[in-house]
Write a protein that binds this ligand. Structure first.
Ligand code: RNT
Ligand code: ZN
Length: 417
């Protein structure tokens, strides 16, 4: 049977559960996923081609063919995007600036350095998200940026972050699409600090300064990302869960929940509903922690489905912004992008095919037997037929056909680098 015939059969089965598969496909195709540019070159960027990655994060693996220039990164991203269904945004870091060969000091990065990205995104109808880069720099060598005891260091990073908001607002205005700027600071102490309060107070005051200027939310929204620990910051991380949630709630900012930034048995799927009661919007960094914040490629696993279900059950697609944040240098990087983003798309489609009203009713009636029974049955409905149809409608390869395309690109392009 071909994709269409299989789909027709699946549509029939889902309709018995009160689920409209056509509507589910249409809905999911509109939900933007912000794809991180940094999977393409192991978070290297173009500021310093030989720069080391610092900040307590790590990319492992040395798979050949990584992008070495803006043109290569864009070509690779285009290749991956051609294999992924749905609405796309690209998430950029400051170090991905286009300075045309000129050396620009981090705190002097300016809106014009993103003009070519704006043109590029416009042609593809992508939104852009932005990240100040507060790591991989001599001024962050002590493992601290905006919480550093030295005011000169703090001021340097404050300037970079203020500049970043201006860049984001500029991009948002030029693009006609709101940019979300994500602030993640690696700040932490390896060993037991004597003054956690003081360090966090410095961070708070720096954020106050960064956000002092009001920016039209039509162009830019700010989000702050918490973390439990990073390599070399095991004993205390200034931007902890409580710090960032508190700051965001009090100052009307977005909160970034990265799936790898909590204790191993904590799950972000359980945090969405609580945070949305106190925040207008949140940003997700969907990643896959394996034993630690390892940022493995996202796969179609239980937690990913749970996250997607949480977003769709509450109809929160306007309030929960989906961003990806994984980086694997041990496999083909275009395949990594494709697998991770297609998995996110799959999870959203899976969630859109859930008869959530029925499940909620069972729950309110105290009918937990039926709730569990239905949840389990849903797992083996012909989801794959709907997924294949979604890919076909979106004009991207169905099933594993995308891998052939990646292999061809590897042979023709990557292997020549
Ligand atoms: C680090 C954070 C952060 C980075 C990116 C590159 O632990 O998750 O979001 O991964 O900014
Ligand atoms: Zn993150």
């Amino acid at each position: 049977m071909n994709t269409k015939e299989l789909y027709e059969a699946a549509r029939e089965i889902y309709s018995k559960y009160g689920v409209d598969t056509d509507a589910a496909i249409k809905k999911v195709a509109k939900i933007p996923i912000s794809i991180h540019c940094w999977q393409g070159d192991d978070i290297n960027g173009f500021e310093n081609p030989d720069g080391a990655l610092t900040g307590g994060i790590q990319v492992t693996g040395n798979y050949p063919g990584k992008a070495r220039s803006i043109d290569e990164l864009r070509a690779d991203f285009d290749k991956a995007a051609s294999l992924i269904p749905g609405t796309k945004r690209i998430s950029l870091h400051a170090i991905y600036l286009d300075a045309g060969g000129e050396k620009v000091s981090r705190e002097k990065i300016a809106p014009r350095h993103f003009d070519s990205w704006i043109d590029w995104a416009k042609e593809r109808n992508y939104g852009i998200d932005y990240n100040p880069t507060c790591f991989s720099h001599p001024m962050s060598a002590d493992g601290m940026t905006i919480s550093h005891p030295d005011k000169n260091v703090r001021d340097f990073w404050i300037e970079h972050c203020i500049g970043s908001r201006k860049i984001a607002a500029y991009i948002g205005e030029k693009l006609g699409k709101t940019v979300i700027t994500n602030f993640w600071m690696p700040d932490g102490y390896k060993d037991i600090p004597a003054d956690r309060y003081g360090a966090r107070l410095r961070m708070k005051e720096s954020y106050d300064e960064i956000f002092r200027e009001k920016i039209d939310e039509k162009f830019n929204k700010d989000s702050i990302e918490s973390k439990v620990f990073g390599i070399g910051a095991e004993s205390c991380t200034m931007g902890s869960g409580e710090f960032c949630l508190g700051y965001a709630a009090k100052n009307d900012k977005l909160l970034t929940l990265d799936t790898g930034h909590f204790h191993p048995t904590e799950v972000v799927s359980d945090k969405i509903s609580s945070t949305l009661l106190f925040l207008k919007e949140i940003l997700l960094h969907v990643s896959r922690p394996v034993r630690w914040d390892s940022d493995h490629v996202v796969i179609f696993d239980d937690e990913l489905r749970a996250i997607a279900c949480e977003i769709l059950r509450g109809d929160f697609t306007e309030r929960v912004h989906i961003g990806l944040d994984f980086f694997d240098g041990s496999i083909n990087r275009i395949a990594a992008w494709t697998i991770g983003t297609r998995s996110m798309q799959k999870a959203l489609l899976y969630a859109a095919l859930e008869p959530s009203d029925t499940l909620k009713k069972y729950e309110l009636d105290g009918n937990y037997t039926s709730r569990l029974a239905l949840m389990e049955e849903l797992k083996t409905l012909p989801f794959s037929a709907v997924w294949d149809m979604y890919c076909e409608i979106e004009n991207v390869p169905v099933r594993s056909a995308w891998l052939e395309e990646v292999k061809k690109y590897e042979k023709e392009v990557l292997s020549k680098r």
